[in-house]
Design a protein around this ligand. Structure first.
Ligand SMILES: Nc1ncnc2c1ncn2[C@@H]1O[C@H](COP(=O)(O)OP(=O)(O)OP(=O)(O)O)[C@@H](O)[C@H]1O
Ligand SMILES: [Mg+2]
Length: 249
């Protein structure tokens, strides 16, 4: 499978007043298309820092980062926003939906960042994604009117709207109960089975067990990187609408 991303000897240092924090200390990581990586490790080990660099939300202090073959370590801020909106989908623990917007409008947001003119076609696409995550009957609801699991499903639909090469998720089930977490993981696993590449930070072994690969961090370094065999998933239900997920021709 082709490489989606490659980081080499990546360092991240923060300086807060006179104190320096060395949050990443020479991390190497290659992720291939179709991978489903769980990033684990104790609090403060650098998981979110790494995910932020992978998401082009923050820059490495040292080392290289290639995303889809492009060297992002040297890009300008504008180039970073552009690659972010073309290549990446984000799912956060806190969902990060805009409260004044409806479900379908929240799903449209990455298209606006990408500079896509919203029209009937883009609206249909967003409705299709809302249906994909089981919210076809909730298009005009606002986040406040949805449960946590439903809000996270909106966030999953939003993360897919620009047909990203890579989905980055930071504790996507961190605010959800066990049953709802299970539903969200089934959804992510189905997306992975349909070819989406996912890197997900989690504290929980139960959640990591859905992945195909577990990378453990400690003190800013990769401590272990091992394949994982997820439990077989019951994929009953209609097949995923691949035209909504695949790269536009
Ligand atoms: N913006 C920042 N400024 C200064 N130091 C930071 C910043 N962000 C993170 N750090 C420090 O970098 C280290 C790694 O933090 P990071 O947030 O990546 O850990 P984490 O593994 O995600 O932890 P958690 O599991 O608690 O979310 C910590 O020592 C943290 O205090
Ligand atoms: Mg974190």
């Amino acid at each position: 499978m082709p490489e989606v991303l490659r980081i080499e000897n990546l360092h991240k240092r923060y300086s807060v007043e006179s104190t320096a924090v060395h949050a990443l200390k020479g991390v190497n990581l290659v992720v291939h298309q179709g991978d489903f990586v769980a990033l684990m490790g104790p609090s403060g080990s650098g998981k979110s820092t790494l995910l932020n660099v992978l998401g082009c939300l923050d820059r490495p202090t040292e080392g290289s980062y290639h995303l889809g073959g492009e060297d992002v370590s040297k890009m300008t801020d504008d180039q970073l926003s552009s690659i972010r909106s073309r290549y990446l989908g984000f799912i956060f623990q806190q969902y990060n939906l805009l409260p004044q917007y409806t479900v379908v409008e929240n799903i449209e947001i990455p298209l606006i960042y990408q500079g896509v003119r919203l029209n009937a076609d883009s609206r249909d696409r967003c409705i299709g994604l809302a249906e994909l995550v089981g919210l076809g009957q909730r298009l005009d609801h606002r986040p406040m009117q949805l449960s946590g699991g439903q809000q996270q499903r909106v966030a999953i639909a939003r993360s897919l709207v620009n047909r990203p090469q890579l989905i980055l998720a930071d504790e996507p089930t961190g605010n959800l109960d066990t049953k709802t977490s299970h539903e969200i993981m089934v959804m992510l696993s189905r997306l992975n089975a349909s070819g989406k590449t996912i890197v997900m930070v989690t504290h929980e072994n139960d959640i990591a067990s859905w992945s195909r690969r577990i990378v453990r961090m400690r003190d800013g370094e990769v401590e272990s990187d091992l394949p994982n065999t997820p439990e077989p998933i019951d994929f009953s239900g209609p097949p995923l609408p691949m035209h909504l997920l695949e790269e536009a021709a």
